[in-house]
Write a new protein. Structure first.
Length: 83
């Protein structure tokens, strides 16, 4: 199983969009660890949305699709429609 996911940081008031073939818990743990990437700027990231896919390539395609939106409003609509 692979995942497309959206993280949210209240501190930064920003979303992070990604994909993984790891468990979501393990991937979040890595985002919260000390590193120099974008998510290293905050330690309050939470998984706010995710979708499961059969393959990593399908999860990656979904990530690219959402990133192409370049729209916080559309991302928030996706999140809100799932609740």
């Amino acid at each position: 199983m692979s995942f497309f996911y959206i993280l949210y940081s209240n501190l930064l008031n920003q979303y992070y969009v990604g994909h993984t073939s790891e468990s979501l818990q393990e991937r979040l743990r890595k985002h919260l660890s000390n590193h120099s990437g974008f998510t290293g700027k905050a330690k309050d990231w939470i998984v706010i949305y995710f979708e499961e896919f059969e393959t990593k390539s399908l999860a990656y395609k979904r990530e690219l699709e959402v990133k192409k939106w370049k729209s916080r409003v559309r991302v928030e609509k996706l999140i809100n429609e799932s609740n």
